[in-house]
Design a protein around this ligand. Sequence first.
Ligand code: NAD
Length: 260
Amino acid sequence: ENLLQNQVAIVTGAGSGIGRAAALKLAQNRAKIALVDLHKENVEEVKNQIEEMGGEALVLEANVSHPEEVENCYKRTIDQWGRLDVVFANAGINGEVAPIEDLEPNEWDLTISNNLTSTFLTVKYAIPYLKTDGGSIIITSSINGNRIYKNIGMSAYSTSKIGQMGFGKMAALELANYGIRVNMICPGAIETNINENTWKENEKLKKVEIPIEYPEGNQPLEHKPGKAEQVADLVLFLASNQSNHITGSEIYIDGAESLL
Ligand code: NAD
């Protein structure tokens, strides 16, 4: 439980689901955590939980698809603790689910900017602070980042997730000389808030004649979705020195869902 002693981590999308579970796991391992999310109240709760464990946390309300807000998150983290070691670029949305012919350009842009541009920004503005001592960047992509796409109506989401994969590999190469590692995690269906409204009756999808796959129960290993805490264990491994020869990798955490 001391894997990240004296280290500082920033977690985006820390108010819910995978980001929240990872923030708690990294804090349990003694990292100080900057908690970034659109929704302040949710991260306040996480901060309280971390402080109850005897840890330290900083609440940063920000939209990570806006450059100046991301830059400011790093400035405030450095002002608070003077260093940065781990970046978990995790915030994301499912976005509008609709057949391509019905997907509005502004809905497309929203998903791409929240999931892909945000990843670029979160990595870009971390570099000046990670350069000195190296560090670990973890990007939450998805099994939708690299498989046959069964979740129809999610063209923007899939594009953003596969985009993160290409970007992350390029970043791993560019940043290797600084001792900065960059890895992608690819969860299958995980029980979080993100899927709450996505798969309900969707009028727009009714006209597409491909059966819609609801991801729940579709994982060979346990016949149910994974848990955010299971993903958090993988994030801890990639954040810590235990993975110090792993970079540019994509790691699936999906109970073999991607093999179906
Ligand atoms: P979640 O909805 O529970 O949490 C996502 C958090 O990100 C929310 O708190 C939200 O407010 C925040 N967020 C979204 N856009 C933001 C922005 N622009 N700026 C700041 N914060 C923002 O969802 P989750 O399942 O924990 O999702 C985390 C990541 O995991 C996402 O990138 C998602 O695509 C990915 N993922 C999830 C699953 C799954 O089944 N849950 C599967 C594969 C990948």
